[in-house]
Ligand binder design. Structure first.
Ligand code: FAD
Ligand code: PYC
Length: 399
């Protein structure tokens, strides 16, 4: 699907570090919307091999803050046309998304989210337990007797898509428009110069040689702290593993996406029939993608609280990714104190759904050297200003 480039050029207008969905989408829109084609996307492993190829593909815009709701809503809009834009089937499938409430306090947060969502034209509503029972008749509404469902936040636009295909679609589209994708190419240092007006980017050093450039977009998710250290910046990002697993394929029976923060479990059924399941972050900082038996056991137990009839279903695969967590559960995007160094990070457990809107807004930001209006709530300097964008109440599960 992509041109193989044997050599790196000595310079590019823009270097993008990371060929995950975000880096590739930025390259695609830089070429398509801004006419910037002299772009190299450098990937230390293989295209889509980071969190883009490890996530559980939930797409939704039922966030809590006005900044979040508007941003993710724009992404959901962009998702609708992507298969046609790429001429590639992304298996985008609108399912509806239930966030279960097991307590009155949780129900209050659901109502709060529903009201903010509706204010911005996003289809979310708080529903009672009868509505949940009618929509998901196979669920044990008592959850094994220890966490009865009292209601839910229902978000009709909730969707899933094929994650690998998203990376391939953006990668192929960027490649066809002139951008170069270089796999097995690791950025090991970033060169800065300072001619009296503060540090600015001069180039990058890779395991295949030096590249001169004035603009670097860093889209490396779980590797962000290492890249920030290369330009002398610190952020409040901590890396935690996030694990997931899938069952063997079974006949389609689960249409909506189900999330229970109290039980630390979420599940959807893929087009292949696999149950795609996940839970909270591992509760310790760790740069590792190893899976654990503890995770599989506790997730399976919570799945059986919701759906006891699944007890004979086998687990097929388990894996983990590196989640770049911020204190307010919102991303860090845009300009930084180093001129020419742009950041798309802090995507933690929630960045897959944002892939299209990140590509759009970061390409604008790099092309114009000015933050896109939609990312104003997510800038690097918000921590210094104590102006956080508190999204924790809308995180998918207990993370
Ligand atoms: P990545 O896809 O991780 O790409 C970054 C790339 O940078 C990697 O390929 C890496 O190899 C490369 N790189 C790193 N350092 C260097 C270097 N020095 N030089 C060159 N290349 C480098 N989000 C949702 O919205 N919905 C979900 O349901 C969901 N589920 C998730 C489930 C799991 C188990 C995990 C782990 C995450 C989940 N997420 C979800 C979060 C989502 O996967 C990420 O936020 C998103 O994929 C980030 O995309 P990215 O392109 O920024 O990063
Ligand atoms: O952001 O909806 C989400 C999500 C679900 C699982 C991990 N992240």
């Amino acid at each position: 699907m992509f041109t193989r480039h044997e050599r790196l050029k000595p310079s590019y207008d823009v270097v993008i570090i990371g060929a995950g969905g975000h880096g590739l989408a930025a390259a695609y829109y830089l070429a398509r919307d801004h006419g910037i084609r002299d772009v190299a996307i450098l990937e230390k492993g293989y295209l889509g091999g980071g969190n883009t190829g490890r996530n559980t593909t939930i797409i939704r815009s039922n966030y809590l803050t006005p900044e979040g709701v508007q941003f993710y809503d724009e992404s959901v809009r962009l998702w609708q046309d992507l298969s046609q834009d790429f001429d590639l089937n992304l298996f985008y499938s609108t399912r509806g998304h239930f966030t279960l409430a097991h307590t009155d306090a949780a129900m209050r947060t659901m109502r709060w989210r529903a009201e903010v969502n509706k204010h911005f034209g996003v289809a979310s509503e708080a529903v009672d337990s009868q509505a949940v029972r009618a929509a998901i008749p196979m669920m044990d509404m008592t959850c094994g007797g220890h966490a009865p469902v009292v209601g839910a936040l229902y978000h009709a636009p909730g969707a899933i898509a094929r994650h690998d295909a998203v990376a391939w679609g953006y990668g192929r589209g960027a490649d066809q428009r002139g951008a170069e994708i270089h796999q097995n190419t690791e950025v090991v240092a970033i060169e800065l110069e300072d001619q009296g007006s503060g540090a600015r980017v001069a180039g990058v050093i890779t395991n295949r040689g030096r590249i001169a450039t004035r603009k670097v977009l860093c889209a490396v998710a779980g590797f962000t702290p290492r890249l920030l250290a290369m330009v002398g910046l610190r952020s409040p990002i901590y890396i935690h593993p996030l694990q997931a697993m899938v069952s063997e394929p079974i006949k389609p029976w689960l249409d909506p996406i189900i999330v229970s923060a109290s039980l630390h479990v979420y599940v959807s059924q893929s087009a292949r029939g696999e149950l795609v399941m996940g839970a909270s972050l591992d509760p310790y900082e760790l740069h590792s993608t190893r899976s654990t038996l503890d995770f599989a056991e506790s997730l399976a137990a919570h799945m059986l609280d919701l759906f006891p009839f699944l007890s004979d279903v086998k687990v097929n695969r388990q894996w983990a990714g590196l989640a770049d967590m911020t204190p307010d559960f919102a991303p860090i995007m845009g300009l930084t104190p180093v001129r020419g160094f742009y950041l798309d990070s802090g995507w933690g457990t929630w960045g897959f759904k944002a892939t299209p809107v990140c590509g759009k807004t970061m390409s604008y930001t790099v092309a114009k050297d000015a933050d896109h209006p939609l990312i104003k709530g997510f800038t690097f300097d918000r921590f210094a200003r104590y102006a956080l964008t508190a999204e924790k109440g809308a995180a998918s599960v207990g993370h």
